[in-house]
Design a binder for this molecule. Sequence first.
Ligand code: ADP
Length: 201
Amino acid sequence: MANFIVGLTGGIGSGKTTVANLFAELGIDLVDADIVSREVVAKGTPGLQKIVEHFGDEILLADGELNRSVLREKIFNTPSEREWLNNLLHPMIRQKMLNQLQKANSPYAILVVPLLFENGLDSLVNCTLVIDISPELQTKRTMERDGVSAQQVQNIMGSQASRAEKLAKADDVIDNQGTISELTSKVVSLHNKYIKLAECT
Ligand code: ADP
């Protein structure tokens, strides 16, 4: 188990994936909540089995994989179903993230979680790193990356903690409004800081 874990978060399009990849290039092991949350409902898992028992076979695609758009529809306007699903999946995701962090053997490890604060997962980490950009740049970069409208990006931003809330809770902040090379040097200096912090724990 890496004995020092950094929780990496930020709003949609802020640059979490870009930053996580830069840390990975420096040899740091990553655990990604988005990947883990897909793994716990993969074909053949107890998680998917429970979802099928609850919602029926219509929740499956022809190949036996989870039909995410049907599941999204089921929970969209039904808070009790959303709560049921969260109660099922959140403990599984948490446990699997911990298992993967346990296997990490870099000097420290990074847990990448879009909703780190919103879902209380900051309790799992030693310190938090928030990637910060203006809402305007966030909208522009996400529209370019995903080919979505400004309205779609703003809807997602509305479901995430505000910029001010994230900044208030952050131990470290990377301003990602500059170039990739500026970003890279910020990552390298935080990497050196985390190596030292990990040595002291
Ligand atoms: P997130 O994982 O937080 O949603 P990404 O890392 O995917 O964000 O970044 C969003 C988009 O912005 C991507 O297309 C990425 O290549 C681009 N991007 C990230 N950082 C920069 C930067 N400093 N300059 C220009 N483009 C960037």
